[in-house]
Design a protein around this ligand. Structure first.
Ligand code: UDP
Length: 143
């Protein structure tokens, strides 16, 4: 296992439910550190750029509309195996399939509004971190 960084986004549905702190607790309980964070109300251009890989999918316009419907909380998580660990804490994309005790099982109601995003590979993690943060905005504890 290596120390990795990954992007987490608490989506508008979870921000509206006032569960940012509850979700942060799950990251911390799993041994992940929040090394950068910002609250943003994404523009359409920002959301379309972030989800560009899904541009041809039927759900793209609804996904973008949802992601700009309210503020999101974007954070960089750091820790051993952070990318996979975050995906495990999040649970399956469709909350109906998410394991009990995962964020999506506990806080999401539908595949369209599923509470959190997490990078799915080292390559996308690097791209997504650079999409939202300048290098000097990361604050690892060891610096
Ligand atoms: N999504 C959706 N409808 C679908 C599939 C995906 O609205 O049928 C949305 C959902 O919000 C999901 C996002 O598109 O989180 C990205 O999809 P992906 O398959 O990458 O899932 P994730 O990595 O977020 O679990």
């Amino acid at each position: 296992m290596a120390v990795e960084r990954t992007i987490s986004i608490i989506k508008p549905d979870a921000v509206a439910k006032n569960v940012i702190g509850a979700i942060y607790s799950r990251f911390e309980q799993a041994g992940l550190q929040i090394v950068a964070a910002k609250m943003l109300h994404l523009s359409r251009e920002q959301a379309e750029g972030f989800y560009a890989v899904h541009r041809e999918r039927g759900f793209f316009n609804d996904l973008v509309g949802f992601m700009i419907s309210g503020p999101v909380m974007v954070q960089v998580l750091e820790g051993e195996d952070a990318i996979l660990k975050n995906r495990e804490i999040m649970g399956a994309t469709n909350p109906k399939d998410a394991a009990p005790g995962t964020i999506r099982a506990d806080f999401a109601v539908s595949i369209d509004e599923n509470a959190v995003h997490g990078s799915d590979s080292p390559e996308t993690a690097a791209q997504e971190i650079a999409y939202f943060f300048q290098p000097n905005e990361l604050c690892p504890r060891t610096r």
